[in-house]
Design a protein around this ligand. Sequence first.
Ligand code: NAD
Length: 270
Amino acid sequence: MSRRLEGQTAWISGAASGIGEATARLFAAEGARLGLADLQVGRGSETERAIQSAGGEALFLPCDVTREDSVLAAIETTVRRFGGLQIVVNCAGVVHGRLLHEYDAEDWDRLMAVNVRSIFFSIKHALAHLRRNGRSYMVNIGSISSFVGQASTPAYTASKFAVLGLSRSIALDYAAIGLRCNCVCPGITDTPMLRHHLNDAPDPAATLSNRLHRVPIGRALTPDDIARSVLYLSCEDSAGVTGTSLTVDGGYLAAAEWQAPRVTLPSDLP
Ligand SMILES: NC(=O)c1ccc[n+]([C@@H]2O[C@H](COP(=O)([O-])OP(=O)(O)OC[C@H]3O[C@@H](n4cnc5c(N)ncnc54)[C@H](O)[C@@H]3O)[C@@H](O)[C@H]2O)c1
């Protein structure tokens, strides 16, 4: 069976954990060669080793996406190792559970630098390589917070609205070189980020269960659920799709009610 990313090279930020890691493993299984960029050296090296042990090709690149020189170096090293670049996935991100009056300017700038400015650096430095291909792909990870506000995460919400806007602008401005750029917007996804964020609450388990009442499918998404949509937008399965968003939220944004009604269906449903 032919693999969907055979012959393609992808650069993925945030690849050491959660959604980025799941995307890296899925891309490797689909035949891609991978530059794995992340701050976390231990976890990033483990992801690299796991992919290589499964027969894939991956190179871990210690990288701080808030620094332009670091993003440039990670992209250039990927291209040198694998001889080209077709796919960029911007997945690195951070969340703070904090009200605006509790913020200081440095924390605000840092969050915006990780979640938004990093995308500017990646397109700026990947462009020369992406344009050498007839077709290339960028997928940026937004959030349900790209569409609605969520309590106590104002900077994060602002950053994720920006990620969606930036994705649309990139799609418009670089369509002429064959780049398609889209935004995958996850809902509540079980990753270290979610666990860490919940730990700020007095009762993390109760907080999660409360939030999941709002999700029609009744469970948290898995990192792999999200990775499958990233894959779809990183290959010709999504030919013609650009400048849009794909929400993967288990129905979260479909409901106007705070408690989504869980409809009990008759057992003799045809
Ligand atoms: N988990 C969720 O519920 C959820 C929901 C919506 C959107 N998202 C988004 O998905 C993306 C991935 O999040 P996740 O849940 O997998 O979290 P995660 O914490 O498991 O992974 C995020 C990765 O980004 C890396 N990172 C953070 N700052 C970095 C920096 N300066 N330079 C390089 N790497 C850096 C971290 O080291 C980590 O490996 C994020 O953009 C997040 O906002 C997550």
